[in-house]
Design a protein around this ligand. Structure first.
Ligand code: ATP
Ligand code: MG
Length: 328
């Protein structure tokens, strides 16, 4: 069985982008692979989080994993901070990483742009992510398109470690969906949809009420003209809405485009809102059940046990390879 590791930061409420780009594949892979899905809380604090909000968001992300269809009996669902090996191997990987490599990372550039006090954690995010993946000797990492560059670095670091200290880690492959790997902001078709965006109108949260979803979609930016045509170069905004529609209904973009041939943006957006609401509503119902049942704490406890067992074994092998004295 192939092993899989991925995670989502508890830096806000999950968006439709996280669902389409990452979580849908978590659910698809859980039966055929040995899966580990973490709530990346250590990554979330690379930008400031209010403690009460972080606690709430962390529990919400875990509950959304289950609501989206992850079965805690199949996949280990856990908090990154409940497995100390992440921070430990993260440091070891940081020492293998070159400054130049980190300076080239577009996520760092995007997130630090225009800020005058940028936390160092944001800069060393990629080697921690490498540690997350390598600890489980994951073969596959289901992520959205924006994480491709970090995964490339992870592969380089795994290779570097193996070469310097002997074969220790599996070199992982990215698992990126062919369509929907980069859902764009509703307010700017050139920026990706992000849960930590300060503008709530730019994203659809998986916990937005139907009225809010309708409002956000009706206000979503659309390109000049009125034809519903998929053309990323010239019509990035309407193309994005078309791919959201297609992803929610399981159609191809061409099918959706044909369906709206001759109709304007207004009719299309109205239907899109209903399609999104129908996708999200069952998930929300399940989410509220899970939160009220209180079962999430138990799920996280047993997930952390499984994850710790796997991670500790890899961490000791890596420490031994690097030359740390055994504790005896
Ligand atoms: P943040 O703004 O805090 O970085 P985010 O929305 O980018 O939040 P992450 O936790 O960084 O979410 O990423 C979780 C997963 O979701 C990753 O696999 C990432 O590639 C994927 N993802 C994030 N945004 C999108 C998007 N707009 N479209 C498709 N996939 C996405
Ligand atoms: Mg992100």
């Amino acid at each position: 069985k192939k092993r899989v590791l991925s995670g989502i930061q508890s830096s806000g409420m999950l968006t439709l982008g996280n669902y389409i780009g990452a979580m849908k594949n978590f659910v698809a892979l859980q039966h055929e692979c040995d899966c580990y899905f973490m709530v990346a809380d250590l990554h979330a604090i690379t930008v400031h989080q209010d403690p009460a909000a972080l606690r709430e968001q962390s529990e919400a992300v875990a509950a959304l994993y289950v609501a989206a269809g992850l079965d805690p009996k199949q996949a280990a669902i856990f908090m990154q901070s409940h497995v100390p090996a992440h921070a430990e191997l993260g440091w070891m990987m940081t020492t293998l990483t070159y400054m130049g490599e980190l300076e080239r990372m577009t996520q760092f550039k995007d997130k630090s742009e225009g800020k005058d006090a940028v936390g160092a954690g944001l800069f060393v995010y990629p080697p921690l992510m490498a540690a997350d993946i390598l600890l489980y000797n994951a073969h596959l990492v289901p992520v959205g398109d924006d994480q491709k560059q970090h995964l490339e670095l992870t592969r380089d670091l795994a290779g570097r470690f193996n070469q310097r200290y002997g074969e220790t880690f599996v070199v992982p492959e990215p698992f990126i969906p062919k369509v929907g790997a980069r859902i764009m902001s509703l307010e700017d078709g050139t920026k990706k949809m992000s849960k930590s965006s300060p503008s709530a109108g730019s994203y659809i949260s998986l916990l937005d009420a139907p009225e809010i979803i309708r409002k956000k979609i009706s206000r979503a930016k659309t390109d000049l003209g009125r034809e519903v045509i998929y053309d990323v170069q010239n019509k990035p905004e309407i193309s994005n809405l078309l791919s959201i529609y297609a992803q929610c209904t399981g159609q191809t973009v061409e099918q959706v485009q044909a369906q709206y041939d001759g109709q304007g943006y207004g009719a299309f957006k109205k239907d899109l809102a209903e399609v999104v609401v129908q996708t999200i509503e069952p998930l929300q119902r399940k989410y509220h059940e899970i939160r009220t049942s209180g079962e999430i704490r138990d799920i996280l406890r047993s997930g952390a046990e499984r994850a710790n067992a796997a991670a500790e074994a890899t961490l000791s092998a890596a420490k031994e390879a690097m030359g740390f004295l055994p504790r005896g």
